[in-house]
Design a protein around this ligand. Structure first.
Ligand code: PNS
Length: 163
């Protein structure tokens, strides 16, 4: 039987404890999770795509129980990337109701483009409900403490961007 692979796509600018929570929980449900970092040219990202990939790689390597995770980058359509990998699912985290409309639209469009995988939503854990990359960047740039939102590796990279 082929391995059940799930792709967890995102911009991950930067990777937060919310993202890590999704990876941890999904890693128990699938044989392999591929965290796929999107190029996303429309978004003005703080970290470039290779930086984002390398940061996630470091965070995951530090989590010793996570041994079925791979990190990749992609540009172009998510559906093509997912089908190239032979994945059976796309994972997305859901926080509040405000996430729903965008996620609903994306899942619907992706389903129209390809029927070879399912989009599966994991509800954010209670203590990660409010974590958002955009706010982490804003708080950090204004001198606020983001250590409860991002792994220390990410914090270090945020610090070095500031210098
Ligand atoms: O972390 P984000 O920014 O919410 O992730 C959004 C992402 C990267 C999953 C989405 O923008 C995406 O799939 N981009 C790839 C291009 C694509 O397939 N666009 C059509 C989506 S319906």
């Amino acid at each position: 039987m082929s391995k059940k692979i799930a792709v967890y796509p995102g911009t991950f600018d930067p990777f937060t404890f919310g993202h890590l929570d999704v990876v941890r929980r999904a890693s128990k449900l699938f044989e392999k999770i591929i965290v796929s970092v999107a190029e996303n040219k429309n978004k003005n990202s703080l970290f470039n795509i290779n930086e984002r990939r390398d940061i996630i790689q470091k965070v995951i390597s530090n989590e010793h129980e996570l041994n079925n995770i791979e990190i990749k980058v992609f540009s172009g359509l998510l559906v093509d990337h997912v089908n190239d990998l032979g994945a059976v699912a796309v994972l997305r985290g859901l926080r509040a109701l405000s996430d729903f409309e965008y996620e609903f639209q994306m899942a619907g469009i992706n389903a129209r483009l390809s029927n070879e995988f399912e989009t599966i939503f994991l509800m954010a854990s209670e203590n990660q409900q409010f974590v958002a990359s955009r706010l982490v960047k804003e708080i950090h740039s204004l001198g606020g403490d983001v250590s409860s939102f991002v792994p220390s590796i990410v914090l270090g990279h945020l610090e070095s961007k500031k210098k």
